[in-house]
Design a protein around this ligand. Structure first.
Ligand code: ATP
Ligand code: MG
Length: 478
């Protein structure tokens, strides 16, 4: 079909709303690629082409496609092997096979291998377009369905936990699955990744939600205190036990006990915890009666428990008891697509808390937030946004409201990145100038304070200020 004929055909079938979606064409014949591309682009689809199997597979990983038109005979590998790789990556992506050798066997084999449809060269444009439209419509409906389900689930279940990255969506699915059971869950992740919020979400979506959720930081207490906190004690059990006290296992009865930082728990306490997990029984310190409780245990750790097991510092049997279900929270630097969402979430939260009109982030300020490595994870991002909201006067949060280390001020020295003609001494001098200027700014240009903070005599600092030509902006406070 000539281009003019395609145009006429298109004009006849003109639809008010152009079709949307992205199609990948994998065919080694340039003429076929071009005519298919013209045909589909006139319909409104976005089209990307590839001339062989390897290129096609590469393209298919570069962006999400809604449909692949795949030639059966390609120069580097046959279409079936390309199809099977596509299927491994995406079980639902529609693939229409195209071939000049349209034998019945090939058609059957294509459908059996997971092709959506089979088209024979030379094809009929109208029929091919009808197939494409039909497939795209189905694909888009399925996609919307999946997104709707996810959105509903998220809005419904986890309104305070924000995330759209694949690992976080998997975590949300897992929470939904495990919340209802009474299984022990081990939540692992670096500090500030949200272990406690996940533990709370599991509790609030469980049948125990109206019973207590009791967090206990097992890492921050000496062993004796921890045991009396967990198991309670009778009056006189130890010298300072002037009155009997309930333990947190009793407080959490019928509810959930969240054992935080479980990696730092001593071996003896571990043995007692294991006993409660196995028999649901324990004794008060100094007591003789066994107490029966029904407590669901959630545990969290920011160290590798398996490594501690190997080193003999954590009981293997307790590890397996706790690790019935494990939730791994990836560090924020590995799920940067969550950052804009979290930024909006915290801006809203702190604007409301501070009774400010809603603050918005500028594109310029979002950039360094996406580049920062967030060693303190979501907590660090939350603190950064709280600070920005508190310091803000207008409705926008710009880069000037971000801390220096995040905004890249004083840190990125162009000379270090690209030394160019600068000598080592010049670079060191520039570093020194910036460090001293930074400290002087912090000390409101009071040289005595700055010298004290640098642990150098005032005269030394003054010499450096002179040598480095640092301009003193304001008079020191006096
Ligand atoms: N996905 C998220 N959405 C919204 N807020 C989050 C999310 N993850 C963490 N936060 C917030 O970040 C802060 C830190 O989270 P949390 O205390 O749960 O981290 P943690 O992993 O328990 O840290 P640590 O190991 O230091 O105890 C909390 O204020 C929490 O509300
Ligand atoms: Mg915590």
């Amino acid at each position: 079909m000539s281009e003019a004929a395609v145009m006429t055909r298109h004009a006849e079938n003109h639809v008010a709303v152009p079709a949307t979606g992205c199609i990948l064409i994998i065919d080694d014949e340039a003429e076929i690629r071009e005519s298919l591309q013209t045909l589909l682009e006139l319909e409104g689809y976005e089209v990307i082409t590839a001339a062989n199997g390897a290129q096609g597979l590469m393209r298919s990983g570069e962006k999400p496609f809604d449909l692949v038109l795949l030639d059966l005979t390609l120069p580097d590998q046959d279409g079936f092997s390309v199809l099977s790789t596509i299927r491994e990556r995406d079980a639902y992506l529609p693939v229409i096979m195209i071939t000049a050798y349209g034998t019945v066997e090939n058609a059957v084999r294509a459908m059996q291998s997971g092709a959506t449809n089979f088209v024979q060269k030379p094809w009929d444009n109208e029929k091919l377009l009808a197939d494409v439209r039909e497939t795209m419509k189905r694909r888009q409906a399925e996609e919307e369905n999946v997104q709707l389900k996810r959105a509903l689930k998220q809005r419904y279940s986890f309104e305070n936990i924000v995330g759209k990255s694949e690992p976080m969506l998997r975590v949300f699915d897992l929470i939904a699955q495990v919340a209802a059971s009474r299984s022990t869950v081990l939540i692992q992740g670096e500090s500030g990744t949200g272990k406690e919020v996940i533990a709370k979400a599991i509790h609030t979506h469980s049948p125990r939600k109206d019973q207590p959720f009791v967090p206990v930081n097992t890492g921050s207490m000496p062993p004796d205190l921890l045991e009396s906190t967990l198991f309670g004690h009778l009056k006189g059990a130890f010298t300072s036990a002037i009155a009997s006290k309930k333990g947190l296992f009793e407080v959490a009865d019928k509810g959930t006990l969240f054992l935080d930082e479980i990696g730092s728990m001593g071996m003896e306490t571990q043995a007692k915890i294991l006993r409660v997990l196995q028999d649901k029984k324990f004794m008060h310190l100094g007591g003789t009666h066994e107490i029966q409780v029904d407590v669901r245990i959630l545990a969290a750790t920011n160290v590798d428990l398996q490594q501690l097991v190997k080193e003999g510092r954590f009981r293997e049997d307790l590890f397996y008891r706790l690790n019935v279900i494990s939730v791994d929270l990836p560090p924020l630097r590995q799920r940067k697509e969550d950052i804009p969402l979290l930024v909006d979430h915290f801006l809203k939260k702190y604007s409301e808390e501070n009774e400010h009109p809603l603050r918005r982030i500028t594109a310029e300020a979002l950039r360094p937030l996406l580049q920062h490595s967030w060693p303190g994870n979501v907590r660090e991002l939350e603190n950064t946004m709280e600070r920005a909201v508190v310091l803000s006067t207008g409705t926008e949060v710009g880069v000037e409201l971000l801390p220096d280390n995040i905004a890249g001020r004083h840190v990125m020295l162009p000379m270090i990145d690209q030394p160019g003609d600068a000598s080592l001494f010049q670079i060191l001098e520039e570093c020194e100038r910036r460090i001293i200027t930074g400290m002087l700014e912090k000390c409101h240009w009071n040289q005595t304070d700055a010298a004290e903070r640098f642990h150098v005599p005032l005269s030394t600092l003054n010499q450096k200020i002179k040598r480095l030509n640092i301009e003193i902006k304001k008079k020191g406070r006096e």
